[in-house]
Design a protein around this ligand. Structure first.
Ligand SMILES: NC(=O)c1ccc[n+]([C@@H]2O[C@H](COP(=O)([O-])OP(=O)(O)OC[C@H]3O[C@@H](n4cnc5c(N)ncnc54)[C@H](OP(=O)(O)O)[C@@H]3O)[C@@H](O)[C@H]2O)c1
Length: 220
């Protein structure tokens, strides 16, 4: 429990709740995409952002579950702005469709929360023939982020409010394969370990976030 309650520079810890970290924030001018918002951490993130006034786009694979979450948010917060859009991160075509559809709405994009994920799944391949955890947890979000970056940069320039891209990782990133990411063996079922492959995908999430931070600290 000690590790979970240790506060970082932000003044919050891993045990801080979404309600606590957004206390006192009124964000009615902001728009956020939350992937995997039909359950778990994503659903709670969507709920609390909506509570703070953010226009939330739920990027989800299961429209029925997502609409149930949306209904429960609206029941609690009748003024909430919540939309549901289909997104299957295991398919690059679906990611492309989602981004095209979102960008065509002409909505701004202030916050992208790359949250969706699967954990310790047995060896499977995605629609595009990539090991499924790497495909969903990392590659799908990497592609999605790239397709939304121009919108985020434009939003930042016009609103003069910094954008945020949040990649939800895991302490599991420490338990990747020896040597880090097995690029040459991503699709090798014989060396596959479901937990190490999860850790590998979560390490990729962190490296992606670090590189984004390095590139976009100052807008070109
Ligand atoms: N819970 C933890 O203790 C914990 C710890 C460390 C890190 N995390 C990370 O936190 C994030 C959220 O996890 P959670 O615990 O909230 O799990 P969760 O309740 O299972 O939520 C994961 C979400 O991702 C969605 N998803 C799965 N495959 C997808 C796909 N192909 N395309 C789009 N969405 C997809 C799921 O939709 P369906 O349910 O419809 O499949 C679900 O809504 C994950 O990135 C996970 O690695 C969780």
């Amino acid at each position: 429990m000690w590790g979970l309650s240790r506060k970082g520079d932000s003044g919050f810890s891993s045990s801080s709740t979404a309600l606590q970290v957004t206390q006192g924030i009124h964000a009615t001018a902001l728009t956020a995409i939350v992937t995997g918002a039909s359950s778990g951490i994503g659903a709670e993130t969507a709920r609390v952002l909506a509570l703070r006034g953010v226009h939330v786009i739920m990027g989800v694979i299961d429209m029925i579950d997502a609409n149930n979450v949306k209904e429960s948010i609206l029941k609690e917060i009748p003024t909430a702005k919540v939309d549901v859009m289909k997104l299957d991160l295991s398919s690059m075509a679906s990611v492309q469709n989602f981004a095209t559809e979102f960008n065509s709405t002409r909505l701004p994009l202030n916050i992208l929360i790359n949250n969706a994920g699967i954990c310790a799944a047995p060896f499977m391949l995605s629609t595009d023939n990539v090991e499924l955890q790497f495909a969903i947890n990392y590659l799908g979000h990497f592609h999605l982020t790239n397709l939304l970056l121009d919108n985020m940069k434009k939003t930042t320039r016009e609103s003069k409010v910094q954008g945020r891209i949040v990649n939800v990782s895991s302490t599991g990133h420490q338990f990747t394969y020896r040597g880090g990411i097995h690029f040459e063996k991503i699709n090798d079922p014989s060396s596959y370990n479901n937990w190490r492959a999860y850790g590998q995908s979560k390490l990729a999430n962190i490296l992606h976030a670090k590189e984004l931070a390095r590139r976009f600290k100052v807008l070109p």
